[in-house]
Design a protein around this ligand. Structure first.
Ligand code: PLP
Length: 354
């Protein structure tokens, strides 16, 4: 740290992204990316748009916003696109949390939530997951503040029914509920259909996982148009051209070829369920994930150790060192071939412990 770094950030511990190692080729199952490339129209659209890079992008991202709104059955005023859902979430923390509206989220969830809160000097309260790692809406229904829930949750992969979140929205009309649906396309139940009924609901989504565009950085918020206007105020106060030309073109092309992604998501869900069966047969305890990752632990080998041994064998998974989940690894669902490699290497490692 330099001697000039503002003391405003003394309490800030930045988010630690998953490794993106360049030293060798890994079977990369650590950052919940799609194992499948973008659809063919995406690279064509990006190449074509790259010829206009001397011009700023449209600050309103009109073409993309209109295409997305139509795809979701919403009005364009109910949607805001951003540079990944991380940017959108940061705007949402800035817009809807403060001293009087602390952020409230599960103790085990997306690691960026406490970072956004600290960065923006917002007080926050972490609510422990239940013993079985599930979120109970009961724990959020009374109290103050802005609720942030990842549904399905990460890294557990567990999800809440839409009805449960609706209960939270209906019982708390004066509190904003932000539902982060980064993984909803793999089997969760979306809250998007509730947007017209609840002006306190903000749904945040991403093209990173379901639409194979993690490297393009494209996410969005959907909600009541007044909430979207608030987010826009922050966007225009930080980065008006937040979605670049190539990403916009990629997003539009991806929506045009949406069927391809729907098929990929169901293939990933199928691979997930098959892998879970095999992990359980090897003695793993595996949560009932409806996401594009599995969360698993084995009685014979610790999470950290399994992560290290798999890495030595060329398979990267994620290990999170939080107390309650230190025994687990999070495994992104890859292609069936990648999962075969994971299972083979895991089996070889477990043999060392017998
Ligand atoms: C729960 C959750 N929300 C949001 C994000 C951010 O996604 P992106 O910024 O790529 O849209 C992630 C990324 O892993 C996530 O796990």
């Amino acid at each position: 740290m330099s001697r000039f770094f503002s003391s405003r950030f003394d309490a800030l511990t930045p988010y630690t992204p998953g490794e993106q190692p360049q030293d060798r080729r890994y079977v990369k199952l650590n950052t919940n990316e799609s194992p499948y490339p973008p659809s063919p129209g995406v690279s064509l659209a990006v190449a074509e748009e790259s010829e206009r890079l001397q011009l700023y992008s449209d600050p309103e991202s009109r073409l993309l916003t209109n295409a997305l709104a139509e795809h979701l059955g919403l009005d364009p005023s109910q949607v805001l696109v951003g540079n990944g859902s991380d940017e959108i979430l940061n705007f949402a923390f800035m817009a809807f949390c403060d001293e009087d509206h602390p952020a409230v989220f599960p103790d085990i969830s997306y690691g960026f939530y406490p970072v956004f809160a600290t960065l923006n000097r917002i007080p926050y309260r972490e609510i422990p997951l239940r013993e079985d790692l599930s979120i109970s809406v009961e724990d959020y229904i009374t109290g103050e503040g802005t609720v942030v829930i990842a549904n399905p949750n990460a890294p557990t992969g567990l999800s809440l029914p839409q009805k449960e979140i609706e209960r939270l929205l209906a019982d708390n009309p004066n509190r904003i509920v932000i539902v982060d649906e980064a993984y909803v396309a793999f089997g969760g139940e979306s809250c998007l259909p509730l947007i017209d009924r609840y002006d306190n609901l903000l749904v945040v989504r991403t093209f990173s996982k379901s639409h194979s565009l993690a490297g393009a950085r494209l996410g969005f918020a959907a909600g009541n148009s007044a909430l979207i206007q608030d987010l826009n105020t922050l966007k225009y106060s930080t980065n008006p051209y937040n979605v670049n030309r190539m990403t916009s073109a990629a997003g539009i092309a991806a929506l045009r070829e949406n069927e391809y992604y729907v098929r990929n998501c169901s293939a990933i869900a199928k691979t997930r369920d098959q892998t879970a069966v095999q992990l359980r047969a090897m003695g793993f305890e595996v949560t009932d994930s409806v996401s594009n990752f599995l969360f698993a632990r084995h009685p014979s080998v610790g999470g950290g150790e399994l992560y290290r041994k798999l890495k030595e064998r060329g398979v990267l998974v994620r290990h999170l060192s939080k107390d309650r989940i230190v025994s687990y690894v999070r495994i992104t669902v890859g292609t069936p071939e990648q999962m075969d490699t994971l299972l083979r290497e895991t089996k070889a490692i477990l043999e060392e412990y017998q």
